[in-house]
Design a protein around this ligand. Structure first.
Ligand SMILES: *Cc1c(COP(=O)(O)O)cnc(C)c1O
Length: 393
């Protein structure tokens, strides 16, 4: 028996792994000390929990523990990285290079800095979602202080060639910030190999709790400087003040440790499920397009456009069977075309008629088969029915 709606929105958030919950619980009730209270055992226990978590998070990305700054999530980590570098390196320049298909946390932070005098280059992407590395190289000026590129796209699963970007950044002595939220714990994310100087992470995308994340800040070759965005007691080496959320941090550490162990077999399992879902839909329906480069794509994501459908209608009809996403933030009843798909050249109407499926560690074959069948039946019905035509102008 499968439980409906089937959850296929693991890129939006994941359930907490039961072992993560177990790792968090004692820090709520027994070991409730403040990690900054260094004059009694309650504080020491909390600090010990944070120290273990810091090692676990660092191990997932091949960093060292002192390079990890805990935050309230990836959005805050992204703000700290981009604004913190902008302010710390103002003496050097004011130019930032990023990409049109970044997460809104990056794009909106860049927009904010533009009002403060930053010059931002938004690199376009090719139809496959990848940036042109030569174009990136040519965009670097003497005023460039930061390159900000998303490791793996949350809407399409497209993975950029981060190692090539890191190499260019090193050559040109420009810092490389990477939003690694969807990559870490899913595919190999090695800050040394990829030459990443700053990396944003979020616990709730890797079977950890919501409201906690981290920023990796390189400490040598080069030693990255940041201006704190939250001032207070000087926690986290002065980079992020505020009493540490010890239970959540312990949970994030545990989630990273599990991910490090499980990543390879999980990717294999999820890849089979995703391919099964995608292939069944493509075989069962005409005029469907998989968006983005499928080489090296995240193993659990599929973004499909359904030609001849009114945007949002499929999602509405699917809602009792499957929890999926249109890939775009739905702030109104009318679906907005995804900025990611538009940047890839997908025409507006088709972008609105696209769905993002993301499977996870707990997805089953039966669930995937069920959703594929429902999608095929509903698309056929919507394409064929008078219903669909009546709403089209
Ligand atoms: C979810 C997500 C974020 C934001 O993370 P939060 O921890 O929810 O703030 C940033 N970037 C990407 C790619 C994401 O998928």
């Amino acid at each position: 028996m499968i439980q409906t709606p089937v959850y296929l929105d693991y890129n939006a958030t994941t359930p907490c792994h039961p072992d993560v919950v177990a790792a968090m619980l004692p820090f709520f009730t027994n070991w409730y000390g403040n990690a900054a209270s260094n004059n009694h055992s309650y504080g020491w226990q909390a600090a010990e929990g944070v120290a273990i978590a810091r090692e676990q998070v660092a191990a997932l990305i091949n960093a060292s523990a002192e390079e990890i700054v805990f935050t309230s999530g990836a959005t805050e980590a992204i703000n700290l990285a981009i604004k913190g570098v902008y302010e710390a390196y103002a003496f050097k320049g004011n130019h930032i290079i990023t990409v049109a298909t970044e997460h809104k946390a990056v794009l909106d932070t860049c927009k904010h800095l533009e009002k403060k005098g930053a010059v931002v280059t938004y690199l376009p992407v090719q139809a496959d979602g990848l940036i042109d590395i030569t174009q990136l190289k040519e965009s670097i000026t003497p005023a460039t202080i930061l390159i900000a590129v998303l490791f793996a796209n949350n809407e399409t699963g497209v993975v950029q060639n981060v190692a090539a970007i890191g190499k260019i950044a090193k050559e040109k002595e420009v810092l490389f910030f990477c939003d690694g939220v969807q990559a870490a714990g899913k595919i190999k994310t090695d800050v040394q190999e990829a030459g990443i100087d700053l990396l944003a992470l979020s616990a709730h995308k890797v079977y950890g709790p919501k409201g906690v994340g981290a920023l990796y800040v390189r400490r040598k070759n080069p030693r990255v400087k940041l201006i704190a965005q939250i001032d207070g007691g000087g926690h986290e080496k002065g980079m992020r003040s505020g009493t540490l959320n010890v239970p959540a941090i312990a949970g994030m550490g545990k989630a990273c440790a599990i991910a490090l162990n499980e990543m390879v077999p999980a990717a294999e399992r999820m890849g089979l499920l995703r391919n099964k879902l995608e292939n069944t839909i493509l075989l069962g329906l005409n005029d469907c397009v998989v968006n983005g480069n499928t080489v090296g794509r995240l193993p659990h994501v599929s973004n499909i456009s359904f030609k001849g459908l009114e945007g949002g209608r499929l999602l509405n009809r699917l809602v009792s069977y499957a929890a999926v996403s249109s890939g775009a933030a739905c702030t109104s009843a009318l679906p907005k075309a995804s900025h990611v798909l538009k940047a890839m050249g997908v025409e507006d109407g088709l972008a609105k008629a696209s769905l993002r499926f993301s499977v996870g560690w707990f997805t089953t074959t039966a669930e995937v088969n069920f959703v594929a069948e429902k999608v095929i039946a509903l698309v056929k019905e919507l394409r064929g029915g008078d219903d669909d035509k009546s709403i089209r102008q």
